[in-house]
Design a protein around this ligand. Sequence first.
Ligand SMILES: Nc1ncnc2c1ncn2[C@@H]1O[C@H](COP(=O)(O)OP(=O)(O)OP(=O)(O)O)[C@@H](O)[C@H]1O
Length: 452
Amino acid sequence: MSETKKEDAGDTAAATVPAQAASPEDREVLLKVEGLVKHFPIKKGLLQRQVAAVKAVDGIDFEVRKGETLGVVGESGCGKSTMGRVITKLIEPTAGKIEFEGQDITRLGTGGMRPLRRDIQMIFQDPYGSLNPRHTIGSIVSAPFRLQGVEPEGGVKKEVQRLLELVGLSPEHFNRYPHEFSGGQRQRIGIARALALKPKLVVADEPVSALDVSIQAQVVNLMDDLQSELGLTYVIIAHDLSVVRHVSDRIAVMYLGKVVELADRTSLYEAPMHPYTKALMSAVPVPDPKRRGAKSERILLKGDVPSPISPPSGCRFHTRCWKATEICKTVEPPLLQLAPGRQVACHHPENAEDQAPGDTKLLAVAKEAIEVVTLARTDADDAPDEPAAEPAQALVQASAEASVEKPAKASAEESAETPEAAVDAGDDSDVQPSDDAGDADGTDDVQESSGS
Ligand SMILES: Nc1ncnc2c1ncn2[C@@H]1O[C@H](COP(=O)(O)OP(=O)(O)OP(=O)(O)O)[C@@H](O)[C@H]1O
């Protein structure tokens, strides 16, 4: 989270980033992921033969530089959490390579990972399930020291109390139990535990989605301040696009186990290149109060997200894309750099040169792929008389040029009555992923692996 972000958000925290003052591209690479794959086998029968696999992460590449925040977004089930668990080595990858500070950690076992556990920590979504209710806060936050056999200067208790203060809690909370704390306070405890060993990389999986909106801002600001103070590098997984926009330097957009676009946050929000990103971004609320009452349009993706067990051929998004042509169905687009610092996996990107200009005949599915919803003004008097938002205009124009029927428009009332439409468009306020057992497991893994 850079200084720029703080300015953008009007954040009052006066933190600076001395260690990471260089431009993001000049910073050293901390984490590098190449061709990362995680398939969960599906077994059947007496012999438990593998009959298929859930392709949760299916070949992704990215880098995270020191001091930056990489946001990871995408619809529920696209593999974000799995990716987070694999890069922190809570689960083993099926294939691919993970490098941390230049060291290949892909095949390191528990013993090999032990020294690195200090450097790579995870913050979990569920502040209730991730803290052992039978342990005191002191015991929870000091667990990493015990497990790693580390004796901090001044003693464990003093250091834990310092950490509690660092995350905005009182040192007197040392002897209390998790049930005595609110969700926001519990998340602070989880953050204190993650920071105990002064990690270099913190992977936060939906760190604020289980919290009230007012508390979300506090926790996001806390993470922001801690990054500046401690020079942390974050990978923040979230499906709330407003949160991701606030916290990230760069953003990776995932769809069905693949990264489809990777760009700095300003370019991504202002001129998305992948149609999927464009649809997601059209659902982000406009923070400018002057434009609050203005007309806006949303691109609603129709149809369900396909199963990760047998993802669509070619481009995985082609079954829901209004630009899909034959090549999209048959050839998987590689993740290419289409502009400085921007990688996109699309044959027919927006805001960039067409990668397959000869292939113009739209697939039948493209004509039905989206719905453009115009949201009515809420305050006509204050609102400037603006034209409709650019994405939908461009879409309609593109559709007209390609002799496609203009997508049907629905009223705001209609859209509000269609919950799946909001989900499809990435309106995350309506989508709260349930905390699966994996979260609890993951936490235990961290505690165990920290010390094992
Ligand atoms: N342990 C597992 N065994 C089998 N399938 C799994 C397992 N963990 C995740 N999956 C499947 O992998 C896919 C990706 O799941 P994942 O939790 O990584 O997605 P996500 O993008 O983080 O979703 P959400 O935002 O809902 O948390 C899903 O289809 C999920 O059902």
